[in-house]
Design a protein around this ligand. Sequence first.
Ligand SMILES: Nc1ncnc2c1ncn2[C@@H]1O[C@H](COP(=O)(O)OP(=O)(O)OP(=O)(O)O)[C@@H](O)[C@H]1O
Ligand SMILES: [Mg+2]
Ligand SMILES: [Zn+2]
Length: 275
Amino acid sequence: MTMKHISNLKPEGIQNAGKNEPIPKPIPHGDCSPDCPECGGIGYVRYEVPVGHPKFGKVERCRYAQSRDIAAHLRSDNIDPRIGLTDDEIRNLNWNLVRKGVNQADQAGATTRKAFEDGHGLVFMYGGFGQGKSLILKVAVATAVRAGKRAAYANLAGVLDDIRSAYDERENKMTELVQRMEWWTSLDVLAIDELDKVGQTDWAKERIFQLLDLLYQRAVRQEALTIIAANYQSTDELSGYLKSRIEDNRFAGNGYLIHLKGADGRKSMPKNWKY
Ligand SMILES: Nc1ncnc2c1ncn2[C@@H]1O[C@H](COP(=O)(O)OP(=O)(O)OP(=O)(O)O)[C@@H](O)[C@H]1O
Ligand SMILES: [Mg+2]
Ligand SMILES: [Zn+2]
């Protein structure tokens, strides 16, 4: 897979227009280093890959620009705490940390990674304790943040608390409520953990439905990726509306409905394992 600077992407029209006139050179106006070997300073690259490849037609942040972004992001005092990961997690969590031979997390990780590379969908993982569900959710969010995407990892109860506190405290309750819902439903990647551990009040049920339905709609429109994990043994434990949505053929048909029934990874993780 080779990469091209965006500046090399010459529209045909420009190349053929006015044969005798010199073609003006594009003015570099990027934010990467002018002598960056990958992007030449533009800050973005595109990949020379065949049609159908996940990276086909996509423009991505240059790796050097990306690490500068992350460094700047981590230095700044205003990292949104709703991202839900520590600095160490944002820097270091990656797909290779999900190991083979422990349980089924490696397969679940590979599927989630594919959805991540497509950039949209609804992935639902369910199963018992220590299956690597939370690890996969965090890896996806860390990878997204490093790629400059808007992403967050949270327990569903945490999302609801955030929305509810707006409702309790502020004067303009409705505006604030709408804004907070909007924050959680406008991300590129949202990982929702512990779906099973939330209150069953009418208020909570109504909010959860609204939240998940908005995320489902964005997944259908291929705009965003939502990854959900729950400690369930069967999808029958889900509410009917949610079961129907996660079993949607556009997601389940890609293998995005994942039942993990392997060993509890907590029993075999080495002593120095931080994640
Ligand atoms: N396949 C794996 N590769 C690497 N680490 C793993 C794997 N499976 C589990 N772990 C580790 O085991 C611990 C438990 O995994 P994790 O928290 O992801 O489980 P979970 O499926 O979310 O379980 P629970 O429902 O109990 O929250 C974590 O420290 C995680 O990093
Ligand atoms: Mg977990
Ligand atoms: Zn660069």
